[in-house]
Design a protein around this ligand. Sequence first.
Ligand SMILES: C[S@@+](CC[C@H](N)C(=O)[O-])C[C@H]1O[C@@H](n2cnc3c(N)ncnc32)[C@H](O)[C@@H]1O
Length: 223
Amino acid sequence: MTSGPNLVARRLFAPIASSYERWAAVLSLGQDSRWRRRMVDGLSNTPKAAVLDVAAGTGSITRLLQARGWVVTAVDLSREMLSLHPGPARVLARAEQLPFADASFDALTFGYLLRYVDDPVGCLVELGRVVKSGGQIGMVEFGLPRGIWNPWWRLYSGTLLPQAGRLVGPGWRDVGSFLKGSIEDFYLAHPEPERLFKLAGFTEVRIEKLSLGGGVVAWGRKP
Ligand SMILES: C[S@@+](CC[C@H](N)C(=O)[O-])C[C@H]1O[C@@H](n2cnc3c(N)ncnc32)[C@H](O)[C@@H]1O
């Protein structure tokens, strides 16, 4: 798809779908799986509870949820990413406009979504709409290391990552040169992501920074 909303995400992920999990792990220096596990382990689970995994991609978070007994429905806007998702319930849709009734799910997760939407608070309100009262949401996102770690992060994401991406292939070249600016722009606009959760109406908001601030995990509860 070359037109319509969410163009950046659609263009970025279509060419890298088949190698996404392998190279995402390498280029995050093996850290991304740890962030996802921490997020999923921070959700309180009851057997067979229904969770919506938004921006599910090829299923990295879905598989962790399934291993802990959740019944998962996966949503993503990329046909290419979703075609590699293990299922069984996969829905091609936008996070900004979910095709589910209010309060359909006991919980909701999303990984690496908010940098791709025009209105993060509006999107969070839409995510919250489909969660039952008392249900949790959990997020994984890149962080922006501060203090002494910031120059190292800038070196990695501004120089080494684009070079590594170029070596992997054309799709990863684009990802490698996109990520630093995308992360910096996001935190410039939203220095405290927990504030976005609160503005969208969630309570009990918790945030954890992992891997020297390179990863951020957050949770909230629908009142
Ligand atoms: C970096 S991948 C993350 C996939 C998975 N959550 C993970 O942790 O590996 C980001 C995913 O978000 C999806 N995405 C981006 N914007 C979206 C939106 N507005 N609605 C639904 N999916 C979106 C992309 O298509 C892509 O599959």
